[in-house]
Design a protein around this ligand. Sequence first.
Ligand code: 26V
Length: 822
Amino acid sequence: MTRAVTPKIPEPPLGDTSPEALAAEILSALKYRLGKDATVATDYDWLTASIKVVRDRIVDEWISSTKEAYDQSAKRVYYLSLEFLIGRLMRDAFSNLGLMDAMRQALASLGVEFDVIARLEPDAALGNGGLGRLAACFMESMATVDIPAHGYGIRYANGMFRQEIHDGWQVELPETWLEHGNPWEFERRERAFEVGFGGSVESITAPDGRLERHVWKPTDRVLAVAYDTPVVGWRGARVNTLRLWSGMPLDPILLDRFNAGDHIGALAESNKADALSRVLYPADSHKEGQELRLRQEYFFSTASLQDILQRHISKYGDLISLPDKAAIHLNDTHPAVAVPELMRLLMDVHGMDFDTSWDITRRTFAYTNHTLLPEALESWPVPLFERLLPRHMQIVYAINAEVLLEARATGRFNGEQISRISLIQENGERRVRMGNLAFAGSHSVNGVSALHTELMKETVFADLHSLYPDRINNKTNGITPRRWLIQCNPGLTGLAREAIGDRFLDDIEAIRELDGFAGDAAFRDKFAAVKRANKVRLSNLVAERLGIKVDPSALFDIQIKRIHEYKRQLLNIIEAVALYDQIRSHPEREWMPRVKFFGGKAAPSYHNAKLIIKLANDVARVINSDPSVRGLLKVVFVPNYNVSVAEILMPAADLSEQISTAGMEASGTGNMKFALNGALTIGTLDGANVEIKEHVGDDNIFIFGLTTEEVAQRRNSSYQPAAVIDGSPELKQAVAAISSGVFSPDDPARYRELMDGLYQHDWFMVAADFDSYAAAQRQVDTVWRDSPDWYARAIRNVARVGWFSSDRTIRQYAKEIWNVPA
Ligand code: 26V
């Protein structure tokens, strides 16, 4: 007799998602994973248990996403980035899986408030700014548009520093985000690769005297161990992997000796393995040429490549098909050493010849450039490169010979041009140019906005572009609408759903349908109410944390980004000072109340950036406490700007400050986040502002200042800032006030040099753009006064910037660079 087998009913991918079931699982996680019960659980325990419950649900889809890609022999994308500025993951994962409401209820039934534990989750701040945040948006979008992708980076024990403001000055403190463990990650002890440094290269010759191959014999060796974090796409579409490497000594007994180190410089000289993954270099577009940085770059590049090659070989047997099955993306030049490393692995380990290896390498890599600032273009002194990576130095020379041969063969380049194409900078100290190396080793080189891409062709890469005219292409940046609208602005999301339905949740460009509501008075009122609620939330936070009272009905004018002279926070502060002066000298005029918010970190070694932070705080103190201002102007510096702080500031903004010197901001992505949340932009024709203007329309953005060409012209034709300053009474007055110590009575000379810099060279054209900026600000006031008109413009901004979604950007990368379906 045969027994009837009850067919197994397949579980829905997420299992039972009722609040009751989730509550039971949370209790069980608390008990069996943390060894606690509800009576003794701390808020951190509830957080950890909740994450574990949701992570469990993710694992099935994760395994199946990975397996499916394997079974279908799908081409995979490998995104190599030294930075992933992720922020918190809980809201992201819960919301993308559609578990937000159920988890909220489940926790409430256990007496736990979701928002309270959500605030305890530390930000994963493994990045400095735009470049790192872009990598995080890309990871989420790749999972959303269903691309099998792996991010590769470093699991820094200390990510971006925590900024405190002491007496107006930035103080940097280490951020220990792993203090309470990281419930998202899976440690993969077995996924470990050896990484070598230093030593020498041996040439092996065949019996007939022919050179057979090179063998690198490194002296220092460490292990790179993988830690995996699942990345969930929208509606759980796919779960990809972010694999971060951690340094470990080859010999585990050494571990005890590793706990003492503290300072980057001291650690760099030692061969302590965990130094490699201890700190993120806290510099953004600012030179920090340290040996440890190059070690970090090689460490994560080789570990990632070894991992990729091992996966490829286990599936396909050999490496000839690598370019058909793997697209390896270099996020800036930080992983550019992967180019000679792949060459080394192909030639020295897998026995291929140079030509085949070079062909495979170039067809596999693609490179994105994120900045044209000369001081941020990476290059390494040849002696350092040679000492740490002697075999790679040889390979770089060999690649260079190949490239220069090709260039000379065209007969189109003179000596000067050839020297600019060279991977080695020869004048002065000899250095390896990482940009040229990445360019030469890739089949695609892209910029991050239309303007930036054109400037790449005309400036840094002009000669390489002439040699390889098909290589440079544009991929305008984007942001993930899940984090930057749906999660951070539930009020606006709800309002949009009411008005146009849910389609925009899956296809953000459908938010365009809101455009028709700009003329609808009832909708505008609701929109204004949502904005106000977001401003109230920010006001409460500022009152609580900084003791500053701001009026939510004032115009919220916000500039948040890394502090850098080219981003021109100084222009904004000087305008605040000028406005302060105007308000006091013309009390009869009808001033529109405004709050100027600033936020951002300065590189610890960047003197002027730190001074600008102090100035913002000094100006804030004076203006905020002056009764003659009658509350019409307030200045607030929000400390420790990070992803989570941005999530509160973006939805509360009326005005977005994007005021970099034209030609200097590669793209900007904050500009997109603000517009999507209903702020109007005041900005220069720089980076993606140009394209934002095209999308929102000239009437819905405030453009001012010199164009890129005009900046270049001025710089070339003896720009005289002193004459400009003397010719602008408002500017002159403001500069004089700052310079003479009005805002720094305790140290009147504090800003003398900073202001003298404006008089003497003003490289960033603060003076040249001041009058135009101030006029644009008064235009802002005029529009703000007509509130219905303002909100109509704000609604049009929301409706028209769906294109700046990282889903769109990623689809373009997929189609035009990686050749993968999306
Ligand atoms: C450079 C350096 C050089 C010294 C060591 C540390 C370090 C770290 C990062 C960088 C590169 C900074 C480049 C960067 O973040 N660029 C930004 O990229 C954004 C995304 O494409 C873009 O929106 C911003 O305009 C651009 O400034």
